[in-house]
Design a protein around this ligand. Structure first.
Ligand code: MG
Length: 346
């Protein structure tokens, strides 16, 4: 089996700002696994906040190349733990590899990835469209440039959060979701929740810092007028159980948990204990979105607009149009590169 690493630089349509900072370009690493004429693709984006660069992830991936042959015939879920250890816990690198392996393996079985997992494609949620932090006129402009979506996710964590929401509410009757990216305190969250509920907000994502105390999390859980969804507080499989009684749901990010294998089991565990389920994306190409979209039958909420935020998608695959996720006919997850950009084969 051959592993090829493709480097992508994704130019954003608009600079994107959240509570932690602003970017205009996103670097991304695409993993291609190929054997006997069949290719599987996976993607992970560089993330300085979590300490993962393209170079560090490439170095990690080089550690598993001697073991690639095992993936020719074995399902990725059977090998995941072994590869996690081999990668010294570099879950970002593993996530791209595991996504590619699921795509490859489903293609060899001549099934769409979701079908190989035994899921049924019905009543899947539509995706939200994310509006990053900006001046209020600019946020209104971004909203109006993307009319027709039924749900918008608004990034907050500023000193004018309620003004932003009031201004945006005047522009649309769509559902709003709010992501504070760790930007609020406990009482602030509870106060905001009451006001945001009246503004048609459906839930609040990660109001408190990831290292907030259990007492603060429980205070918010018990007093918030809106459901609270964990993102930064729920990154890996072991975090799911800790969210019970502290959050109403979890937002699973494939890159943070280490791929589709753990994402699947996190979503199933969350549903078992009554938590709402969500999958979010990074700003990424259609390859990453195609992988994530396979999880839709297990979701209450979806945030898969990543490829809609880039100027020119170098990949093909699952598309998201005003929130509706359109699968690709055929096997695997459906993602692939339009042409061959800069790459390093090994
Ligand atoms: Mg979030």
């Amino acid at each position: 089996m051959k592993l090829t690493k493709h480097h992508l630089t994704l130019k954003l349509r608009e600079p994107f700002t959240i509570a932690r900072g602003s970017i205009t370009h996103q670097k991304s690493l695409v993993v291609q696994l190929e054997h006997d004429g069949i290719s599987g693709f996976g993607e992970v984006t560089e993330n300085p906040y979590y300490g993962h660069t393209i170079a560090s992830m490439e170095e990690s991936l080089s550690k598993i190349e001697p073991l690639l042959e095992e993936y020719i015939s074995q399902p990725p879920e059977d090998l995941w733990q072994q590869f996690r250890e081999r990668l010294d816990g570099d879950l970002f690198a593993l996530s791209a590899f595991d996504m590619a392996a699921h795509d490859y393996f489903a293609r060899t079985k001549q099934l769409p990835t979701w079908k190989r997992w035994g899921l049924t494609w019905e009543n899947v949620p539509v995706s939200s469209y994310t509006i990053g932090i900006d001046s209020i006129p600019k946020m209104i402009e971004k909203l109006n440039q993307q009319q027709g979506w039924g749900i918008y996710k608004i990034k907050l964590g500023t000193d004018r959060d309620l003004e932003i929401m009031k201004a945006l509410r005047q522009e649309t009757d769509a559902v709003f979701r709010v992501d504070a990216n760790c930007g609020w305190g406990p009482q602030e969250t509870v106060d905001n929740s009451m006001l945001l509920k009246d503004l048609g907000v459906e839930y609040i994502e990660q109001p408190l810092p990831a290292d907030a105390s259990v007492t603060d999390q429980e205070f918010v859980f018990e007093n918030s007028a809106l459901p609270v969804i964990a993102d930064e507080s729920c990154q890996v499989e072991e975090d799911v159980r800790r969210c019970e009684g502290r959050f109403h749901g979890i937002n699973v990010k494939i890159c943070k948990c280490g791929g589709l294998t753990p994402a699947l089991s996190m979503l199933k565990s969350a549903r078992e204990i009554g938590l709402k389920t969500m999958v979010g994306c990074m700003i990424e190409s259609s390859i990453g979105i195609s992988g994530a979209a396979q999880l839709l039958p297990l979701l209450d909420y979806a945030d898969l607009d990543g490829s809609c935020l880039i100027e020119s998608d170098p990949a093909v695959g699952v598309s998201v149009s005003q929130g509706v996720v359109n699968l690709v006919d055929g096997n695997g997850s459906g993602g692939g590169l339009k042409s061959k950009p800069q790459l390093s084969a090994s």
